[in-house]
Design a protein around this ligand. Structure first.
Ligand code: ADP
Ligand code: ZN
Ligand code: ZN
Length: 756
């Protein structure tokens, strides 16, 4: 057999393997196989995998007998060589394998070769009769059917980040089955109990409908900004557009997109969270119609494949503009002219799990360099890193300091919660200043947004008599009280627990709530402002069918007076009649144990504040804090971004953080604490021999145990000037040495480069 083989193919398998594997190409498949072709191959005794051809060659491997490729999946290559370059960069930079990148990239296109068997349903959801109040009792009733219970819980975890416009979103059945030990029978049983329902397909909504809405005429400020962007692009690929909220950045994007489309190019418009951007989708569709494809990882396989194939066909008219979340970076563009990274400062651009743990903004810049296209980063509150790069000339920088229509930026005031507390002036969580301002705004028939960066009713419960706090048994973290679900929920593993009526430690019945979340604020409003129409916008309230859009539409139409919400309310929403934005507790943002806490606090307050007074008159922002002297508030109030930035940079330099140092976080996990601790000490010790005092830890993280795995972190701080890729390969070698010891074989080691 082997003598007849002419070609060999190095394949990437969707596994964390360090190197491609070589297979032989059977004669009858020769003509169908080229780099980028997806193929089925055997591995081990029984398994088959969908692999992708990385390289074709004639060098027969000497060390082992090659196995033949079984079949070809797609008629055409799924990606092109330029995409391999991108994958390779990603695997090297983020310390993962090509297999993991391949998996992330093509999870988008699923198994196009396989036709669905007629009649089998592909998606499941909870029964529409079930309300969120029922969940706890359902889970209790399933106590005796652990597989069914696990399946329902997996479903609930999976929908946590779903597009909130569907009540119980459809989730691919196979995803759920893959994550649980459940089988098709389990689903059948749950169907019988009217808990789960099955559905065939999510309808596609791609079409070439014609549009017509002309682009808006730019103001002279906007026109100058575009001219400046063009000029900066002549010398470099990356430009940072720093424009205050409502300066018309989105209009600028639309003009640029139009320009690149006219030149026959593709455009990628990245957004931090697709679910929160209905307004932007609408604005783009109005102008570009079917040329716009909206892409994210929660579409069905069929929808994603449809978009994938449209992007692969660069001469087609559909999907020339992709509006997408971070996973759209993997679409097979070959003719990209422009990548827009909107709200470039957003943390949601970072993928934390699974590998590749990439930052979509940074990966976008790399992709732009590989395809020689332009990248425009836009924001009203640049990240310290991007601003640093812009100031140092690595990126171009264009400023827009005026709002559209010359609207003034809102007036920002502080309200001292500590002083008001001492004087006994607090009304629940409201200072007199905020309380009065709400009253005043309501009287004028204008709208209010209240921001509280915590969902739920109260962060935790506490026994007044003995101080007992309910904890998640698996995660070392206190449970959050969600009144809407009548339960305590672990925000780490998603576990639901019924509310305790008496304290299990001392049998007292005085269990009180501590702290406050959005639910509590909504409650307070109903008590203090009984005439006002209030709605809440957070993950919990937007799970119901169309609720996110409904809330926004109602708010736009003026049938809500007060909107209470988490950061969801800070994201790019554009309302006319909002005059007041209240930030209930700025301190819990400021005191978060993270080197970016201050930066995040600045960004969030500025962004939420930017929702005030966008159209007709100057808005007001009131920040409640117990630390009114903190410099970050001065900088926000006086709109001194530069001073804020310089102060941040000084701190970053002093405490060895980015952009002066690069961070690599190494997380070790194991269910046995002793093994974990020893492994962490050994690894830190051997890294110290190489990197000296650049190694910090091992330390326990804030939550030292999640889902029964103990966790320890080691942090590497490498100077910007050092050779980072060498540091990474030395580090990887130490991982290998550690894992080769039998005692540590089952320790999980997770490297995270730029872990923020
Ligand atoms: P940003 O993205 O900077 O927050 P937007 O692009 O959303 O700003 O603009 C704010 C508001 O001003 C939007 O309602 C937008 O339609 C309007 N606007 C901006 N520029 C123009 C323009 N040139 N002509 C008409 N309306 C504009
Ligand atoms: Zn007690
Ligand atoms: Zn938990």
């Amino acid at each position: 057999m082997a003598e007849h083989v002419k070609y060999y193919a190095d394949l990437i398998l969707p596994l964390p393997l360090p190197e491609p594997y070589t297979y032989s190409v059977p004669k009858d498949l020769e003509s169908e196989i080229s780099p980028g072709t997806r193929v089925m191959v055997p591995l081990g005794k029984r398994k088959t995998y969908q692999a992708i051809v990385y390289r074709l060659h004639k060098e027969q491997p000497l060390k082992y007998e090659t196995k033949p490729i079984i079949s070809v999946i797609d008629p055409k290559p799924a990606v092109l060589p330029v995409h391999f370059k991108f994958w390779k960069w990603m695997a090297e930079y983020y310390m993962c394998t090509m297999g993991e990148v391949y998996k992330a990239a093509t999870s988008a296109i699923g198994k196009p070769g396989e036709k669905p068997t007629a009649g089998t349903a592909k998606f499941i959801s909870l029964h529409e009769k079930i309300t969120s109040q029922d969940l706890c009792s359902i889970l209790e009733k399933l106590e005796k059917a652990p597989k069914q219970r696990e399946l329902v819980k997996t479903y609930l975890q999976r929908i946590e980040d779903c597009n909130p416009s569907q009540k119980w979103p459809l989730i691919p059945k196979k995803d759920i089955l893959a994550k649980t030990k459940a089988s098709v029978q389990t689903i059948k049983a749950l169907q019988g109990k009217k808990i789960i329902v099955e559905k065939q397909e999510i309808p596609l909504n791609l079409n070439e409908e014609q549009t017509g809405e002309p682009v808006k005429k730019l103001t002279s400020f906007q026109y100058n900004a575009i001219k400046e962007i063009d000029k900066q692009f002549e010398a470099r690929n990356v430009v940072l557009l720093h424009g205050v909220t409502s300066s018309g950045k989105t209009e600028i994007y639309i003009h640029l997109i139009k320009h690149f489309i006219k030149e026959g190019k593709q455009v990628l418009y990245l957004l931090p969270e697709i679910a929160l951007t209905a307004q932007i989708i609408k604005r783009l569709k109005n102008v570009f119609g079917g040329k716009v494809g909206v892409y994210h990882s929660r579409l069905s396989n069929r929808e994603r494949k449809e978009i994938w194939n449209n992007v692969l066909n660069p001469n087609g008219q559909l999907c020339r503009i992709i509006l997408g979340a971070r996973s759209s970076l993997f679409l097979p563009f070959e003719n990209l002219g422009l990548i827009i990274v909107d709200e470039e400062h957003e943390t949601t651009y970072k993928q934390f799990n699974p590998a590749p743990r990439y930052h979509a903004r940074d990966a976008a810049i790399m992709l732009a360099n590989l395809q020689d296209c332009k990248a425009l980063l836009g924001t009203a509150t640049p990240s310290v890193e991007s601003y640093f790069n812009a100031r140092s000339g690595k990126y171009g920088l264009v400023n827009m300091e005026k709002r559209y229509g010359n609207m003034l930026l809102p007036e920002i005031k502080l309200a001292d919660t500590r002083r008001a507390g001492k004087k006994k002036q607090m009304k629940s969580h409201f200072t007199p200043t905020l309380f009065e301002a709400i009253n005043h705004t309501l009287k004028k028939k204008e709208q209010v947004i209240l921001f509280q960066n915590r969902r739920g009713f109260a962060p935790f419960l506490e026994c007044e008599d003995c101080g007992w706090i309910p904890q998640c048994g698996k995660c070392d973290v206190s449970l959050t009280y969600h009144r809407q679900f009548h339960s305590l929920i672990c925000h780490y593993c998603g576990k639901y627990t019924a509310l305790p009526e008496i304290c299990p430690a001392c049998k007292s019945s005085s269990i009180k709530t501590c702290g406050f979340g959005t639910e509590k604020i909504e409650d307070d409003i109903k008590i203090f402002f009984p005439g006002a129409r209030v709605e809440r916008m957070d993950l919990d309230s937007t799970r119901k069918k169309n609720s996110f859009e409904n809330i926004i539409n109602k708010f736009e139409a003026g049938s809500i007076d007060i909107l209470v919400g988490t950061q969801m309310v800070s994201k790019g929403l554009d309302f006319e009649k909002v005059n007041l934005v209240g930030i209930l507790n700025a301190d819990n943002m400021l005191h978060f144990p993270d080197f970016r806490a201050c930066e995040r606090c600045f960004q969030l307050i500025y962004q939420v504040g930017g929702r005030a007074g966008r159209k007709n008159k100057r808005g007001n922002v009131i920040i409640q804090t117990g630390n009114p002297d903190h410099p970050v508030f001065r900088h926000i109030i006086e709109n001194r971004f530069n001073d804020f930035f310089v102060r941040q940079l000084n701190e970053r330099k002093e405490f060895k953080y980015p952009p002066y140092y690069r961070l690599i976080k190494i997380t070790l996990k194991h269910k046995n604490l002793d093994i974990l601790e020893d492994a962490a000490v050994d690894l830190a010790g051997s890294l110290q021999k190489i990197f000296g005092r650049r190694v910090l830890g091992p330390d326990f993280p804030l939550i030292p145990r999640i889902q029964n795995l103990h966790i320890k972190n080691i942090l590497l701080k490498i100077e910007r000037e050092q050779n980072l890729s060498r540091a990474k390969s030395l580090t990887k070698k130490e991982f290998g040495k550690l894992l080769s010891s039998p005692r540590y074989r089952s320790v999980q080691i997770v490297p995270d480069v730029d872990p923020y």
